[in-house]
Design a protein around this ligand. Sequence first.
Ligand SMILES: Nc1ncnc2c1ncn2[C@@H]1O[C@H](COP(=O)(O)OP(=O)(O)OP(=O)(O)O)[C@@H](O)[C@H]1O
Length: 278
Amino acid sequence: MALLKIKNLTVSFATSSGPFKAVDGIDTFVDAGEVLAIVGESGSGKSVSMLAVMGLLPDTATVTADEMTYDGRDLLRMSKAERRRLIGREITMIFQEPIASLNPAFTVGFQIEEVLRLNKGLGRAAARAEAIHLFEQVGIPEPATKIDAYPHQMSGGQCQRVMIAMAIATGPKLLIADEPTTALDVTIQKQILDLLMDLQEAHGMGLILITHDMGVVAETADRVVVQYKGRKMEEADVLTLFEAPQHPYTKALLSALPELATGDRLPTVSDYYTEEGA
Ligand SMILES: Nc1ncnc2c1ncn2[C@@H]1O[C@H](COP(=O)(O)OP(=O)(O)OP(=O)(O)O)[C@@H](O)[C@H]1O
């Protein structure tokens, strides 16, 4: 049984100029221990579709689906209390801006200890010991000291390591990472990606990686969903996608890889794909 299964997911927002469909009939699934990449350029509805899974969209959003199940459990129809028990424990998410995702007013240690106390029922001392252990696991140097730092005293890469520590603290079965390296220095991006992949493997988690970067897809994913303007263009295992892309938009994404640049300008997807040409 798939860990997460989505059929015909649609999300529309009420806007001043009428309803806006950001996600339009997406189907996909993730198996336990599998890495699914969702790829597509900005605005293609990648984040919104995963925020719908998490139940984190604002009230202006209307979410419908023929099926949206986690471990066979119906996410759309379960009670709010039941969903709260899943989200943040069995399904967790990390975001693009690690510094903004942390509360600037509290030490990073306090924030992760809260997660542990709330979700695992640990006492103060046990939560602190576990937090230090998690900081070690995600490669934060001098964890026993760093635990008392405020977010602004840490680099972006270290804050993302804290966010990852918080996201794995509850032993989730599914981790959704929304552009987890985009806001970081290029040199740090690979370290964070390697860390995520190591943890995914060590804990056997399902991982959904949202990215616009085909290079990241090639290095990480088992399977790929290509999204464009809220719709799924193509879904394939990673080798098939790179060797024999079927959809013109996927071919355009691959043609726009920076290493294919020839002149003095980087290629872009729109050099290769317009909807009329699809
Ligand atoms: N709260 C909202 N109200 C109205 N429209 C929204 C809202 N949130 C997102 N959208 C719109 O939904 C569309 C999809 O946004 P989404 O953030 O999912 O794109 P994305 O593919 O993740 O791109 P990015 O990489 O830029 O985050 C965009 O056109 C966005 O403007």
